[in-house]
Ligand binder design. Sequence first.
Ligand code: FES
Ligand code: FES
Length: 213
Amino acid sequence: MSDHDRIPLRQARPMAEKGAAGSRLSRRSVLQMAGGAASLAAASVATTQTASSDGPPATSTTRVRLVVNGSARELELDLRQSLLDVLRERLDLTGTKKGCNQGACGACTVLVNGRRVTSCLTLAVMHDGAEITTIEGLARGDELHPLQAAFIEHDGFQCGFCTPGQIMSGVACIAEGHATSPEQIQFWMSGNICRCAAYPGIVAAVADAAGRT
Ligand code: FES
Ligand code: FES
């Protein structure tokens, strides 16, 4: 209890005495007062609801244009949807994987305007007009991207769950000039986790593709 809450004993006693005998409040009047307070509270809530229903309706969607793997797409999107969910659930591009959904594993890595991003951590509406590249956009027809081919040659995967994210990250790693040594590749790919520990093959694949691209 704070000092403000304490009532000096000399003041408290008369108030208590008045409450017991001085005010002479009947049970009926107490109930009437309580009923009046409840009515006021109800009226206040009703006013708040009316006021909010009079205002403009809350919008939760907006129109967004994306260029996904070279194709222009225009979508009405929920403001809260991650880029990952839009790719997987609206555009059926399920090659991009949802692992942790909190930025810790790299399975959802895609390229946005050429830069790698963890798509689970970014809202799709933030990328109006952006060019998005996913794993589905790397091959040219039947011809695999050099890094996709290198992953096969070097056994850069086991279960394959992390592989789309590893490859997208590897493509950016090479483009950034961060693939000149195994140590550098390990460092710049460290945001992509492989639960199967296929790291030796992943690093070899990125190094090989960096020499070819
Ligand atoms: S799913 Fe996005 S970082 Fe793990
Ligand atoms: S290949 Fe299984 S998680 Fe990387």
